[in-house]
Design a protein around this ligand. Structure first.
Ligand code: ZN
Ligand code: ZN
Length: 157
């Protein structure tokens, strides 16, 4: 029996077995690296998963089954997208009276004709009621529509 074995255990077979073992070791090491990297990117406690990954084959399978579904980068991107949408909404805004969506430079609501902004007496641009001066032409404006009318008449003088 041992004679047959020693006859089979040629240098070629020895090399093949060594190659297979080396291949498995490399695969094992790569699987651990993959788990650690993936767990880190997904924003999990990666060193716990590194310990789990040390269990050959089973560790990797357990990780692929239990890992959080989203990559951290994807999650950040989603948050960014939500923030961007909110900003877009802010830019358009809503009519304080009826809730109709209005753009930032609308002077009045197209739906209920509620006055949203004051108009500059000189250049006619839409101004925020809180502004004291027109940012487009540097004309002084009042804080309310009544004061604006006063400045309008003052300018005509
Ligand atoms: Zn309205
Ligand atoms: Zn102006």
């Amino acid at each position: 029996m041992s004679e047959i074995l020693s006859e089979l255990w040629t240098p070629e077979v020895q090399m093949a077995v060594t190659a297979v073992i080396a291949f498995l070791v490399v695969l094992y090491v790569l699987s651990i690296i993959w788990v650690v990297r993936d767990a880190y990117l997904r924003g999990t406690v990666w060193f716990i998963w590194a310990i789990v990954a040390l269990i050959p084959i089973l560790g990797v399978i357990a990780y692929t089954l239990l890992r959080p579904p989203l990559l951290q980068i994807d999650r950040d991107e989603q948050e960014l997208e939500v923030a961007l949408k909110q900003r877009q909404l802010m830019q358009y805004g809503e009519c304080a009276n009826c809730g109709y969506p209005v753009e930032a430079d609308y002077v009045l609501c197209p739906n209920c004709h509620q006055r949203l902004k004051n108009m500059c007496s000189r250049c006619g641009k839409a101004l925020d009621p809180s502004w004291k001066v027109c940012p487009y032409c540097a004309t002084q404006v009042g804080s309310g529509s009544r004061r604006q009318a006063a400045s309008h008449s003052a300018q005509q003088r």
